[in-house]
Design a protein. Structure first.
Length: 57
C-alpha cells in the first residue's frame, strides 16, 4: 500500500514539474529576445517554487 502511494506521488510530482516547465517556456517564448538573464530568472523561479513546495510539506 505504501509503495503504491509513493508511485502516485512520484507521478504527480513529475507531471507538475512538466506543467511548470511548459508554463515557463511559454512565458519565455513571449519575450522577444531570450537572453542568458531570462534563462537564469526561469531557473530561479523553478528553484523557488521547488523550495516553497519542500518547506510547505
Amino acid at each position: 500500500m505504501r509503495q503504491n502511494r509513493a508511485i502516485q506521488l512520484t507521478a504527480l510530482a513529475f507531471t507538475v514539474g512538466l506543467l511548470i516547465l511548459v508554463a515557463v517556456e511559454e512565458t519565455l517564448g513571449e519575450v522577444p529576445v531570450v537572453s542568458e538573464e531570462s534563462r537564469t530568472a526561469a531557473a530561479f523561479f523553478i528553484a523557488g517554487f521547488a523550495l516553497l513546495t519542500l518547506v510547505a510539506s
